[in-house]
Design a protein around this ligand. Structure first.
Ligand SMILES: Cc1cc2nc3c(=O)[nH]c(=O)nc-3n(C[C@H](O)[C@H](O)[C@H](O)COP(=O)(O)OP(=O)(O)OC[C@H]3O[C@@H](n4cnc5c(N)ncnc54)[C@H](O)[C@@H]3O)c2cc1C
Length: 432
């Protein structure tokens, strides 16, 4: 009897997920997600766990929704909190698995885990890695990963010259049955983390995320409906507050509830109905940034995280984390981040720039704090954007912005800074 185990990571969807597509289906299928127990313990230097309450709640919602979809198709889901390699290796042995399927993740730690699992399985079980989630896969990249251009523009030009993004694949209608006697289900969130179970975003953020494929599709449909917010994306995307100035798809893309190809197909379908414009092109352009950081993470390996252990956050870095720098535009961003788990791209760039340029803080502390807070944390996008702004690694030109100029340009009336004032005082952006 053939038995397959699917080890899910940041690919929590059934549609356009090659892990669920079989040329010859196995007789039974075990679908497993293992939350790394280490993510729940405080990171030395920062004293905050890698996964904060907003993302943990979104993750649990995504897993609950995925389990429902698996059950409808005759399968199920098992969620554990453990060391992922130990847990998957033990389940493979216990349930006499022939094949383990896993996504070919770009993150160095995920790649190391996959390699450690291969050692543990020791050839007795087939371990297959499947690419998914990005627009392009390695075979359709117009260059070898080792030759990835140092600049995004050069990458984009080459990709656009040889444009070939495959279409998304529909979800399977039915799946092989659950192995007899295998455990199923998962612990309730309040037993894992009380703060995550009771988390609710500050209403000033103007948006509430819910994990899972269905809410992800609802958001995409909303953004593309009729004329749709997408029609003006290029003009609005530098916004700071509100629900529709950008797609807000990042959490679903980061957990893999949606794939970039699904978004690409939907935008192309919108263009076929309404006509392509600069804005619809720009959404695809941003997805290409995501792909670029994904491939850069492949190339950078362990150096994505820098070379040394994190230093301890000094008082000025802690003040930055807590939105107490005294610069209203920056403090607003840091408070919004902590209170909602999400931040516009413009606010992320400014918050990061202040740490780098004004405080002279270590970029890795900033990236680690974002990793803790962000509902949409994606290892390649977060650590890659931080490296890019700090000018380390492949791009040696620091790109940190002058936040005082930025506040004048993007928050001239101080409305954003006012919105996130803890005390309700009114502040105008500071001019240096
Ligand atoms: C310091 C810093 C850290 C960041 N950390 C993350 C992260 O952990 N996860 C994450 O998804 N994005 C990250 N970004 C990129 C970007 O800020 C967010 O993707 C974006 O703000 C999410 O909002 P949206 O979905 O409305 O994006 P939109 O503007 O609507 O863009 C559509 C999609 O394109 C992708 N995208 C857009 N800009 C970027 C970019 N600069 N880099 C990579 N992908 C991009 C995202 O998947 C996004 O959902 C970071 C940016 C900075 C400056």
């Amino acid at each position: 009897m053939s038995r397959t185990l699917i080890w899910l990571r940041s690919d929590l969807r059934l549609a356009d997920n090659p892990l669920f597509h079989f040329s010859a289906p196995p007789e039974s299928l075990l679908c497993v997600y293992v939350l790394d127990a280490a993510w729940l313990t405080p990171v030395p230097g920062l004293e905050a766990p890698r996964i904060g309450p907003s993302r943990l709640q979104f993750l649990w919602q995504s897993l609950i929704e995925l389990r429902g979809e698996l059950l409808k198709r005759g399968s199920d889901l098992l969620v554990r909190i453990d060391n992922p390699v130990d847990a998957v290796a033990a389940m493979a042995t216990e349930h006499e698995i022939d094949e383990v399927r896993v996504r070919a993740d770009a993150g160095w730690e995920e790649r190391q885990s996959t390699a450690r699992l291969a050692e543990r399985l020791n050839g007795s079980v087939t371990l297959s890695r499947h690419e998914s989630g990005t627009l392009l896969d390695e075979a359709s990249l117009p260059m070898a990963i080792g030759d990835l251009p140092g600049s995004f523009s050069a990458f984009r030009r080459k990709v656009e010259e040889a444009w070939s993004v495959p279409g998304a694949v529909p979800a399977p209608v039915t799946l092989p049955s659950w192995p007899e006697g295998a455990p199923r289900g998962f612990p309730p969130l309040h037993k894992v983390c009380g703060r995550a179970a009771s988390w609710s975003p500050d209403r000033r953020g103007g948006f509430a995320y819910a994990g899972g494929e269905t809410p992800g599709w609802a958001r995409l449909d909303h953004y593309l409906r009729d004329g749709g917010a997408v029609a003006d994306y290029k003009q609005t995307r530098n916004g700071l507050s509100g629900s529709d100035f950008s797609t807000r798809l990042s959490p679903w893309l980061a957990q893999g509830c949606l794939s970039a190809r699904q978004v690409h197909d939907a935008v192309r379908a919108w263009e076929a109905r309404h006509g392509a414009n600069d804005s619809s092109y720009w959404v695809i352009f941003e997805l290409l940034w995501r792909d670029y950081f994904h491939w850069a993470a492949w190339q950078e390996g362990a150096s994505l995280f820098g070379r040394r252990a994190l230093p301890t956050a000094a008082d000025d870095v802690r003040a930055w984390c807590e939105g107490r720098t005294g610069v209203p535009f920056v403090d607003a961003a840091m408070r919004e981040l902590a209170a909602t788990g999400w931040l516009s791209n413009r606010a992320r760039q400014n918050a990061a720039s202040f740490l780098l340029r004004d405080i002279g803080g270590d970029w890795r502390l900033g990236a680690a704090w974002f990793e803790h807070c962000l509902i949409d944390h994606d290892v390649a996008s977060n650590w890659g954007n931080w490296r890019y702004l700090a000018g380390v690694g492949r791009n040696t030109r620091p790109r940190a912005l002058d936040v005082h100029d930025q506040a004048e340009r993007y928050d001239p009336e101080g409305a954003y800074a006012d919105l996130w004032q803890a005390s309700g005082q009114t502040h105008r952006p500071e001019v240096s």
